[in-house]
Design a binder for this molecule. Structure first.
Ligand SMILES: CC(=O)SCCNC(=O)CCNC(=O)[C@H](O)C(C)(C)COP(=O)(O)OP(=O)(O)OC[C@H]1O[C@@H](n2cnc3c(N)ncnc32)[C@H](O)[C@@H]1OP(=O)(O)O
Ligand SMILES: O=C(O)CCC(=O)C(=O)O
Ligand SMILES: [Zn+2]
Length: 472
């Protein structure tokens, strides 16, 4: 759903409330869904997707990103980042504009500690965090690295209490207090998070968050460690937590069932303030909320806000940097940077896109430093798309002639996809045939003869990339 579908402006995270209660008009308030009067009450036009009273919690246009490629991302099966690569990634993410960088625990290895110190010395605009177990040994090492803050985590689900660290809630709470007070005493930020929050007891969760909030933790974190949560569950938990603590709320969402972006969006709607991401979503198993996907989703909600915070044209370069470092390809269906993210193919789409790109695009490629393409050389093409290519080539053909040439493109494309060079060559042959009088509309044999003379088609390779496309 696009909150701006009705053109409403949403000022910095806080929706203007319309009327007293913007319920979906299903008759509850005496109005039918289309706003007609029922029960003798005055008719009122209602948009069922309009902001509601509860939207005062909404932080969709007021959030910070904690970029964890250099922590969660290092937990991706293929990841090995040497110091140079870590620094390149840190600098690129900083230039993109993320507010925080989260780094691997300095307790993990000697090189991890040295790398953490090196990144702290870069003097980046982004705040540098490191991520540790809820243990004084780790905390003592972390505070010596020069970080701006420490993210502390411990599992609270029965699975992790029994099979990971073996500690009960009393011990966890006592240690959390000790670690938080210690980090705070060093004058840096501290966040406390429960691992596997969605399989933890709600009373345990709220009680420990309330305790750490009272002692002045900067943020609490909710983690969907196993990727089991759905948006409704995320909304309910974050909204409940919002009513219990005064500090900021971070969410860390794994993508095992493909919910990570939707869950992050919903978390912001419920009042979360910080979202964890990694480039391309890399992390344990299938990873977490991807930076690019999250930014696309939030851009769709409020383009101006997202453009003002982040250097969107850098996204492709950052994804390529990380993809190369961990030896994966950027997925073809990746938001924004997937190779066909801005390629339009079917004739109906192509016509509308050529008239107004907003017809089939919610993201503007130019805002991400990219270009849109209209693919022409296939059997789903239409004469409007072909006409735009004819005009780009500077050929003069009537609409009737273009429709005739389009029929030939479709006939050939029924056998195999035509490259842009194929299409251009056909259009040029068609045009010169018309000019010389050797061809008229509907003369299929004459056209075939002319094409054969020009050895058409010249290119036989089916394109894997949108090379059969036209830049518009
Ligand atoms: C869900 C997440 O992604 S959390 C972040 C995961 N990150 C990492 O694991 C960082 C990389 N990890 C490492 O380098 C190592 O695991 C270290 C240095 C942290 C610990 O190594 P080791 O001491 O050899 O222990 P090992 O990894 O085998 O087991 C984890 C230990 O931490 C304890 N532990 C696990 N989670 C926590 C926690 N959140 N808080 C405190 N202790 C914890 C376990 O009980 C276990 O303790 P044990 O030594 O008494 O058995
Ligand atoms: O520290 C956190 O909030 C999250 C830790 C983590 O990576 C997870 O639980 O998946
Ligand atoms: Zn994680």
């Amino acid at each position: 759903m696009c909150p701006h579908a009705n053109g409403d402006a949403i000022p910095n995270g806080k929706h203007e409330m319309i009327g007293v209660e913007n319920t979906i008009s299903n008759g509850i308030n005496g109005h039918s869904a289309n706003g007609q009067s029922i029960n003798g009450r005055t008719a009122q036009k209602r948009n069922p997707y309009a902001p509601r009273a509860s939207d005062f919690l909404n932080n969709v246009s007021n959030f910070k990103i904690i970029e964890s490629t250099l922590r969660e991302g290092e937990q991706f099966a293929n990841a090995f980042f040497d110091t140079k690569t870590k620094i390149a990634i840190a600098k690129a993410l900083d230039a993109f504009g993320v507010e925080y960088l989260e780094l691997t625990s300095p307790a993990a290895s000697e090189q991890s500690r040295l790398d953490c110190e090196a990144i702290c010395r870069l003097g980046l605009k982004a705040k540098i965090l490191t991520h540790i177990r809820c243990h004084m040994d780790d905390a003592r090492i972390a505070v010596e690295t020069g970080v701006d803050g420490v993210d502390v985590v411990i599992g609270t689900s029965s699975f992790l209490r029994e099979f990971s660290h073996g500690k009960d809630m009393t011990y966890i709470t006592k240690t959390a207090i000790e670690v938080i007070q210690f980090v705070k005493s060093k004058g840096i930020e501290v966040r406390f998070s429960t691992e596997d929050s969605f399989r933890s007891d709600l009373v345990d969760l709220l009680s420990i968050y309330q305790t750490v909030d009272k002692i002045g933790v900067n943020r609490v974190g909710i983690a969907d460690t196993v990727g089991c949560a759905n948006p409704r569950q995320v909304y309910e938990l974050i909204r409940t937590l919002r009513g219990v603590v005064g500090c900021d709320i971070e969410v860390h969402l794994h993508n095992d069932t493909g919910m990570a972006i939707a869950n992050a969006y919903t978390a912001l709607e419920a009042g979360a303030t910080h979202i964890d991401t990694s480039v391309l979503g890399i992390g344990e198993r299938v990873g977490i909320t991807p930076l690019g996907g999250l930014v696309s989703c939030l851009y769709a909600a409020n383009p101006e806000y997202v453009k003002s915070k982040y250097n969107l044209p850098m996204l492709r370069e950052i994804e390529n940097l990380v993809a190369e470092a961990v030896e994966v390809n950027v997925p073809f269906c990746n938001p924004v940077t997937g190779y066909c993210a801005f390629t339009h193919k079917a004739g109906i789409h192509a016509k509308a896109i050529l008239n107004n790109p907003s017809t089939y695009e919610i993201l503007k490629p130019e805002d991400f430093g990219l270009t849109r393409y209209v693919s022409i050389g296939h059997r789903l093409t239409g004469w409007n798309a072909v006409k735009s290519r004819v005009e780009q080539l500077g050929l003069e053909l009537t609409d009737e002639q273009i429709k005739d040439a389009t029929a030939k493109i479709k006939e050939l494309a029924d056998v195999r996809t035509q490259s842009m060079d194929d299409v251009d060559s056909l259009l040029r042959v068609y045009h010169s045939g018309i000019q010389s009088g050797e061809l008229a509309v509907g003369q299929k044999e004459a056209l075939d003869r002319l094409l054969a003379q020009h050895q058409y088609p010249k290119f036989g390779v089916k394109p894997m990339k949108p090379v059969d496309a036209t830049d518009i």
